[in-house]
Each structure stands twice: as structure tokens, then as C-alpha cells.
Design a protein around this ligand. Structure first.
Ligand code: FE2
Length: 224
């Protein structure tokens, strides 16, 4: 039985890794894959901490969905950088990675429930007002987390960046408030609902990985 569960877990990890491998690209495909896949896996672990706390309070969370959503939320990022790891000018704003990821997941055969994690995780969600104000190149609709699982993944994602580093709650909130002060209110609501996850074990576990990734970034030719 235990072996069966382990095999299921392995198959699930293969499914995640294979889709990331399929879409990485550029001059440094292994590093790009390592950055986005590891960031996604860190978000998965933060999201599961939040979901575990909720479960202990008898709140029902679909853990499989939280895992899939975490592992696939940034799959569109592979389309938003050029070959030299710079944000791609042809996709006018990096914020498009959610929409690109949604399309990609649909094309790969994933259903709306999974694909929506890509669409709804950016910031605290993108509203039609954001789209109009920032002149984003997609239709003015609300793309905000609605289900409990979408909210968990969106919130967990705010605690780790792809630069990469961990964020405290205050750092994540301040970053979003620079974009729009009302985003801070949503962060406060998330915190009241989900708490502030303890990241000390992850900070320890990924210390070397962060250092290595920083060294790699510093070795890249500077964007012109
Ligand atoms: Fe992310």
C-alpha cells in the first residue's frame, strides 16, 4: 500500500517535471527549468503548509489540486523570456505569463479547474481596473482567485520570488502596494484567513540553491 502511494507520488512528480521540461528553452534551458520548477516546488511546499493548517481546523482542502496548481501556476513564464533570460519584449508585459500559462495548460489537455491557477495567481489576482489602467494586452475581465485552492496558491506564491528569494509577509505586501494600494488590503485578508507560514525550514533547505542561482544570474550578460 505504502509502495503504491509512493509510486503515485512519483508518477505525479514526473507529470509536473515533464511539462516543465517540455517548455523550457533558450541558451540556458537547464537553468531556466531549475529556476521555474524549483520556485514552483517551493510554492507547493508553502501552499501545503497553509492547507495543512486549514485541514487541522477541519476545513476541507483539495490537496491534489493545490499541488497541481502550485506546480503549474508559472508554466507560462517559459514563454515570457527571450533566449538570454531577459523578459521578452514581444510579450509586452511579464504579467501576461498567467494568460500564456492558462492557454498552454488548456492546449496540454488540462481542465479549467487546473488551468485557472495560471490565470489567477498573479499578484493578488488581476482586475479589469488593473487591465485598463496598465493597458494590459488582454480583455478587461477579473482574473482573481475564487476557490479556496486558488487563494492558497496565489497567497503562497507571494512568499517566494523567481529572482529568487523568500519574501516576508510585509515585503510581499509592500511590493504589491507599490503597484496598487488596494492590493495590500487583499493581502491582509489572506493573512487573516491563512496566517503567515513559517518558512525557516525552507530557507535553510534552499540556502545553497539560492546562492548558486544568484551566482548564475550575476554571470549573465547584462540586458541592453
Ligand atoms: Fe510563481
Amino acid at each position: 500500500m505504502v509502495i503504491g502511494i509512493q509510486r503515485d507520488q512519483l508518477r505525479m512528480n514526473d507529470k509536473f517535471k515533464n511539462l516543465h521540461k517540455k517548455h523550457t528553452k533558450g541558451l540556458y534551458p537547464d537553468k531556466f527549468l531549475d529556476l521555474i520548477f524549483t520556485h514552483s516546488d517551493i510554492v507547493r511546499q508553502i501552499a501545503l503548509k497553509i492547507a495543512d493548517n486549514l485541514s487541522q481546523n477541519k476545513i476541507v482542502v483539495n490537496m491534489d489540486l493545490v499541488e497541481s496548481g502550485s506546480m503549474f501556476h508559472d508554466i507560462g513564464v517559459y514563454l515570457c523570456f527571450d533566449d538570454e533570460f531577459n523578459p521578452d519584449a514581444s510579450l509586452s508585459k511579464y504579467l501576461c505569463h498567467g494568460h500564456e500559462g492558462y492557454k498552454l495548460l488548456k492546449e496540454e489537455g488540462y481542465d479549467e479547474q487546473v488551468a485557472r491557477f495560471a490565470l489567477t495567481h498573479t499578484g493578488t489576482g488581476i482586475t479589469k481596473e488593473d487591465i485598463k489602467r496598465e493597458n494590459m494586452p488582454f480583455e478587461p475581465r477579473d482574473f482573481i482567485p475564487v476557490t479556496l485552492e486558488e487563494e492558497i496558491v496565489c497567497y503562497a506564491d507571494k512568499f517566494h520570488t523567481k529572482w529568487p528569494s523568500f519574501n516576508t509577509f510585509e515585503e510581499a505586501k509592500a511590493r504589491l502596494e507599490r503597484f496598487d494600494p488596494s492590493k495590500g488590503i487583499i493581502m491582509d485578508r489572506f493573512k487573516m484567513k491563512f496566517g503567515s507560514p513559517n518558512l525557516s525550514d525552507l530557507q535553510q533547505e534552499y540556502r545553497e540553491w539560492h546562492k548558486n542561482m544568484e551566482t548564475f544570474f550575476n554571470s549573465l550578460p547584462k540586458a541592453k
